[in-house]
Write a new protein. Structure first.
Length: 371
């Protein structure tokens, strides 16, 4: 074995022991991601349940009561009857309700005569995301009510509209969000364990010893990243298993389709963490810089907001974001069963990002050691 490989093996063993020797550190590495996945899996949820809803029934007919019962039976809305429109407005103003439904007088008469019957739906737009989801549920309930009233025959216009949601038939947001949370947690672990690596060596004074040691910058950085990469892979397997068994998230692809992208993504995260580490002078500065990178990376990844709705300049910026490409891979593998061949562009982007960040990190570290 060459001297370089011997030095690298010794450094990897030393870094691995240092990484796993403390019980609290082991808990943070292997237990904390599972707890975070459980918390985020329930908290990051755009579905609505038991939404406060005020119904003003001015028609007071069997048809209007059937419509109110349709909302109540859906499970999405907690229906509270009110006598006056002013009560509806007051409930929305005070935040007691998200949805207001007003059924005007003559509703049943218009239905019986074959005329269009009007129903007024008012939503609290200050909670735009919840209001948008609630509006979709309201439209589906009203459409189903109209079909039931029309009978089993075709609609008057002769159009038979049938909606099917592929890959997520029940349209549960958890099925879409949990795979993305996996990617965020893996990145967080990679950044957390590497962003402080070189800074800690500098504060302890051991970085100066590297100037007179035979260890090269590349060997030092590899020794720092190999143990963390192994830990990140173990974390990926653990939280994927929890997502599958606890949340019931479908895994329609194969681990062989996810593994190459995961390796590139972990390498990109480690490279960015090392770059932050070589740029910072103190551990506090490295920690703050890590979060300054993490928050924009999450926002520009498509995790919360669709990239297609962003301005053009930000859509171009997202192409440099490894989180975006990995989330596309993990969602496609989990939900669609996509293979590597269909995700080659994301793999190329991840490889390019990892290579660029790693090159900058090696260059910065070479300057620090004077080589």
């Amino acid at each position: 074995m060459s001297p370089g490989l011997l030095r690298l093996r010794a450094m990897v063993r030393k870094e691995t022991r240092q990484l796993l020797r403390d019980r609290r550190t082991r808990a943070m590495i292997f237990v904390a991601p599972i707890i975070q996945l459980l918390a985020f899996g329930y908290a990051v949820n755009t579905d609505i349940r038991h939404t406060g809803t005020v119904v003003v029934d001015q028609d007071r007919s069997a048809a209007s009561r059937a419509l109110a019962d349709a909302f109540r039976a859906s499970g999405y809305f907690d229906v509270v009857p009110a006598d006056r429109p002013a009560d509806l407005v007051r409930a929305l103003d005070h935040g007691d309700a998200l949805v207001g439904i007003q059924i005007p007088a003559g509703f049943a008469r218009d239905l019986a005569a074959g005329r269009a019957a009007a129903v007024e739906i008012v939503l609290d737009g200050s909670e735009s995301n919840s209001a948008t989801v609630a509006l979709g549920y309201v439209q589906r309930i009203v459409q189903r009510y109209a079909r039931d009233r029309a009978g089993a025959g075709p609609p008057p216009a002769g159009v038979d509209l049938r909606i099917r949601a592929w890959y997520n038939p029940t349209l549960e947001s958890r099925v879409y969000n949990v795979p993305a949370v996996i990617g965020i947690l893996v990145l967080l672990m990679c950044l957390l364990l590497t962003a402080l690596a070189v800074v800690r060596e500098r504060e302890l004074g051991t970085l100066d010893q590297l100037r007179v040691s035979p260890l090269t910058p590349a060997e030092f950085l590899l020794a720092k990243t190999i143990p963390v990469a192994a830990v990140a892979l173990v974390d990926l397997a653990l939280i994927t298993l929890v997502a599958r068994l606890w949340f019931g998230i479908p895994f329609r692809g194969s681990p062989a389709a996810l593994l190459p992208a995961a390796l590139l993504y972990i390498l990109a995260g480690l490279a960015v963490g090392l770059l932050i580490s070589t740029w910072s002078r103190t551990q506090q500065e490295a920690f703050m810089t890590m979060f300054l990178f993490l928050l924009p990376a999450i926002i520009l990844s498509g995790f919360f907001y669709p990239i297609s709705s962003m301005p053009a300049v930000f859509r171009w910026i997202t192409l440099l974001n490894p989180v975006r490409h990995f989330l596309e891979v993990v969602r496609a593998v989990f939900l669609k069963g996509e293979g590597v061949a269909g995700l080659w562009s994301q793999h190329v982007a991840l490889a390019a990002t990892a290579a660029a960040a790693l090159a900058f990190a090696v260059r910065r570290f070479a300057r620090l050691t004077g080589e």
